[in-house]
Design a binder for this molecule. Structure first.
Ligand code: 4AD
Ligand code: MG
Length: 434
């Protein structure tokens, strides 16, 4: 039996007969020799079919192959310095699984396509080398996040997607009918994370989150993935350090294991290599001063826009932690600074190179009365938060945490100019298909 092998392992099979299962990527013909390029999801391998060396039906079936036709192909592996990947396959036999008819050819060709066309064909676009590289980096980032928290003995506690209330403000809630009542798709697992932290001390959740964002920017999705740690007894400084260690760990892991993908994406890795702690920390007050000096029209008390974030990050070669945002622009659960209640014990991390906010978090209000006041001020329905208030009634302790948006991190690490390519099937203001 000829072993079925993955192209990524082809070097181990030099001189041997193997079976490759995949798709035709491209076909070049040069006289009586065919050069089909096969892809199998793990790499690309060039085949060689010499007319005089194979049965006529083998030559003919390869010659008739169309882009993305599926097949099994047998042959002997030969080292060839000039071939992509350094090896070639001397084809001896093929079995065609499905041929793509010439009357309805594969829609994505090597020529340039518009973004909307590619997005409409996202289910096929994923097969391209560049998209596969992004998928690989995304996977590595997610695995690194899990390893980071698992190695530090955080307990993974899954939080619900269907929820009875808002976490991050009512303007971006997706409403769903839940039998006879209204439910909302979660904006963040945080409130449940806080309950979990009181049970296990250090916890994290990692799941899809939803924002009915009407913004059509290169940083916003309506469905995105967030990893959120929450730590009992932690203060603002502790979670800033945790955030910095997490990001440094993730970047180092991708640099270590995904060089090939970063090369495919033509990412300037020297910009990633400098991302080692300590990251600069900047008070919101100073950030506002800095922005004004750079010509921004920001006033103390307002949130940074995308352009402000870009301006700020330009001054640093690594991610920067901005802390102490005005309480008024932050969510109801934020702990005000006791020395200066107009400021919240919150922190955001802004990625370098203009990629904007990748992390948001801070210390949580630990006092029941304070929370009740904030819920009232923000006109949130108190009943829906009764269970959350229980956490302040039964052994309330200081605690803190944050959320890191995976797609923003993928965009930054891969050097992509839009989040639409960072997730397999993006959901955006005007995009629900495929
Ligand atoms: O700053 P945010 O809204 O914070 C929270 O949701 C907190 N409850 C998290 C916590 O403390 N546990 O969102 C956190 C991160 C942002 O920094 C950003 O990376 C990402 O989630 N994010 C988005 N990513 C893509 N599209 C959107 N519409 C996003 N909104 C937030
Ligand atoms: Mg935020």
């Amino acid at each position: 039996m000829t072993p079925a092998v993955e192209i990524r392992n082809i070097a181990q099979f030099e001189g041997q007969d193997v079976l490759i299962q995949g798709w035709l990527y491209n076909l070049r013909e040069s006289g009586k020799i065919l050069f089909p390029l096969f892809r199998d999801g793990t790499g690309i391998l060039q085949g060689v079919v010499v007319k005089s060396a194979v049965a006529p039906e083998v030559f003919e079936s390869v010659r008739n192959l169309t882009q993305e036709s599926s097949l099994r192909v047998w042959g002997k592996v030969r080292g060839e310095k000039r071939a992509p990947g350094g090896y070639e396959l001397d084809v001896t036999k093929v079995e065609i699984l499905q041929i793509v008819p010439t009357t309805r050819p594969y829609p994505i060709t090597p020529k340039e396509h518009g973004v909307e066309f590619l997005m409409d064909h996202r289910h096929l676009w994923l097969r391209s080398t560049r998209q596969r590289a992004i998928l690989g980096v995304r996977h590595e980032i997610i695995r690194a996040c899990r390893d980071f928290f698992d190695d530090r003995e955080f307990t993974l506690v899954d939080t619900p997607i269907l929820t009875p209330s808002a976490c991050e403000g009512t303007t971006t809630l997706f409403e769903v009918n839940y039998f006879d009542e209204k439910a909302y798709l979660t904006q963040s697992g945080q409130l449940y994370n806080e309950a979990a932290a009181m049970a296990v001390g250090k916890t994290y959740c990692f799941g899809p989150t939803f924002r009915a964002e009407k913004s059509k920017t290169r940083r916003h999705l309506t469905e995105f993935w967030m990893v959120e740690p929450e730590v009992a007894f932690a203060r603002l400084d502790d979670i800033m350090t945790l955030a910095e260690e997490l990001v440094a760990f993730v970047v180092a892991r991708v640099l270590e294991r995904r060089r090939e993908e970063l090369k495919t994406l033509e990412r300037n890795v020297s910009k990633l290599e400098v991302c080692v702690p300590p990251f600069p920390r900047l008070a919101y007050d100073d950030a506002v001063k800095m922005l004004k000096e750079k010509g921004s029209e920001i006033v103390w008390g307002s949130d940074f826009g995308g352009t402000d974030e870009t301006l700020l990050s330009e001054s640093f070669d690594r991610p920067v932690l901005v802390h102490g945002y005005p309480s008024d622009i932050k969510a109801f659960y934020m702990q005000p600074d006791p020395a200066r209640p107009e400021v919240a014990l919150s922190a955001d991390m802004l990625a370098p190179e203009g990629y904007g906010e990748i992390i948001g978090g801070g210390e949580r209000a630990a006092d029941e009365q304070l929370l009740l006041r904030r819920i009232e001020e923000q006109k949130l329905p108190r009943e829906a938060f009764e269970w959350y208030l229980d956490l302040r009634r039964y052994g309330s302790v200081p605690h803190a945490g944050f959320g890191m948006g995976i797609e923003r991190v993928v965009a930054w690490i891969c050097g992509l100019d839009h989040v639409r390519e960072t997730i397999p099937f993006p959901r955006m203001l005007y995009r629900l298909t495929p």
